[in-house]
Design a protein around this ligand. Structure first.
Ligand code: F0G
Length: 474
């Protein structure tokens, strides 16, 4: 059979290649991360390459949402991931090709032009400055993770995985649990006790995943689930965290939907919160591939926003000056930073529990994305994150705390002058407003420290007509 896709070690001094039939979480030779790479000329011949094919499929909006996980052409066109299937063609190696794709109608998200918010952030909307909000919370499980899970479950089914597992700050587990229940593959999720917002935990429980509340944080959960995947073939789990290179293939399509929403014009900036750095990595890969395919001639800049209490990437990039350097990045400096954190007992702590992560596993790929997209890394403290989350609620459709970091990042970069008032900026809002209602209600009730500029507390009132009218008009 013609080889269209394979897995390749990202370390240029190794660059070992493996078939897509292998289940790997790292290069078996050198331990570096893996990419899924393609023979583009075979997968998508030059003569057929254009954004138009996606455009035609996009016009099937309103099609019946296919129930379950079976794929037909209509189901694939309905999916905001598989509408772009030429750009993640590893599925061509599935026994039955496209009919083996696992989809539940993910990626039907929208890109909202948010002028009022843009003005708040210091953009000049009258001179063409734009802020767009890419609502990934509109996915079936309420976060961007579904983009990745649909791809990873497609691969899991290709290799006949018997069990799937992940560590999670919440959204990965919700998404995994949903796809597992749709495909009937038994699911195991590892969450840090007390480290996960209730909306997310409720989903994993509802969808029937076996949920292990580990007495530790996200990093501890991830280390354990990797250990089980790597050393316990008797348990036999297929790992669904973003070290799985197939997941990132699906997450690339978030960028395609932004381009589509902008009529295939490339924005000046993509702004995204940084946790485990899967998104950042996937975005960099998307743009380097689109350029290689000749579909774009310009790449947007990337801004990755860490929470101040979980700023490992910021320390590595801005503090230690580590760059991708063609794949020969300073591994000793990164390891030294991890050791320093351990030695000093520094543990990630942020209200944005989704990104409360010490050792982002995709850090090498994120360094590469920063190079490809001329990226920057910034931090936002908890107060600022919550305040900007409230702004998205006030002027947009709302998001969860971690997503607010990207909007906070726009204000920062605008103030620095790096984002110009006339730029076009796309903020990825990674999770739905309802994921973490505790933080939102706490903010509006004034239970948090900080300026609470947009706090909108509920008003207690007696069950009395006059009192109610007074309260309404006060
Ligand atoms: N925003 C939300 C809402 C998230 O759930 C996550 C990650 C991120 C941002 C960070 O994305 O890892 O690609 O940099 N949540 C993971 C989880 C870790 O387990 O749900 P990243």
């Amino acid at each position: 059979m013609t080889i269209i896709a394979h897995q390749r070690c990202i370390d240029p001094d190794c660059a070992a290649e493996f078939g897509v039939d292998r289940v790997l979480t790292a290069c078996p030779g050198c331990g570096a991360m893996l990419d899924v790479v393609y023979d583009w000329d075979r997968a998508w011949p030059k003569a057929d390459r254009s954004f138009e094919v996606f455009e035609r499929r996009g016009s099937t909006f309103g099609a019946r949402n296919p129930a379950g996980a079976d794929s037909t052409d209509a189901a694939l066109d309905f999916s905001g991931v598989w509408r772009f299937r030429e750009l993640l063609p590893f599925w061509m190696h599935a026994p039955n090709g496209a009919t083996d794709i696992v989809t539940v109608g993910e990626g039907r998200t929208n890109l909202q032009r948010a002028d009022a918010l843009a003005s708040e952030l210091g953009m000049d909307t009258t001179a063409g400055g734009r802020v767009y909000l890419q609502y990934e919370g509109y996915n079936p499980s309420g976060s961007f993770k579904d983009n990745g899970m649909t791809a990873a479950f497609t691969h899991a089914r290709m290799v006949d995985a018997k069990r799937v597992a992940c560590a999670s700050t919440g959204n990965t587990s919700a998404s995994l649990a949903l796809y597992a229940s749709m495909t009937g593959i038994p699911a195991y999720v590892f969450v840090g006790e007390g480290k996960i917002a209730f909306g997310k935990l409720s989903q994993a429980l509802d969808y029937g995943a076996r949920t292990l509340q580990v007495a530790g944080d996200f990093d501890a959960c991830l280390a354990r689930v990797r250990e089980i995947a790597d050393t316990r073939p008797d348990v036999g789990v297929y790992l669904m965290n973003s070290v799985n290179p197939f997941r990132l293939e699906g997450q690339k399509t978030i960028m395609l939907r932004i381009l589509e929403g902008l009529n295939w014009n490339v924005p000046d900036w993509i702004v995204v919160p940084g946790g485990n750095l899967g998104n950042s990595s996937a975005f960099g890969k998307a743009f380097s591939e689109l350029r290689e395919l000749g579909l774009i001639d310009r790449v947007p800049r990337l801004a990755i926003i860490n929470a101040a209490g979980a700023r490992t990437l910021d320390r590595v990039v801005n503090g230690l000056g580590v760059t991708w350097n063609g794949g020969r990045y300073d591994k000793a400096k990164v390891a030294g930073e991890f050791e320093r954190m351990d030695r000093e007992g520094e543990r990630a702590k942020t209200v944005a529990s989704a990104i409360e992560i010490n050792r982002p596993v995709n850090l090498p790929k994120a360094l590469r994305a920063i190079e490809v997209m001329n990226g920057v890394v910034r931090v936002a403290d908890d107060e600022t994150i919550v305040e900007h989350k409230a702004l998205v609620g006030r002027f947009g459709f709302g998001c969860e705390p971690a997503s607010g970091a990207s909007v906070a990042g726009v204000r920062l970069l605008r103030a620095e002058g790096l984002i110009k008032p006339t730029d076009t900026v796309a903020c990825v809002l990674t999770g739905h407003q309802l994921k973490d209602p505790d933080v939102t209600v706490g903010y509006h009730r004034g239970e948090r420290t900080g300026p609470n500029v947009h706090a909108n507390a509920p008003i207690p009132v007696a069950d009395d007509l006059d009192a109610i009218v007074r309260a309404m008009l006060a």
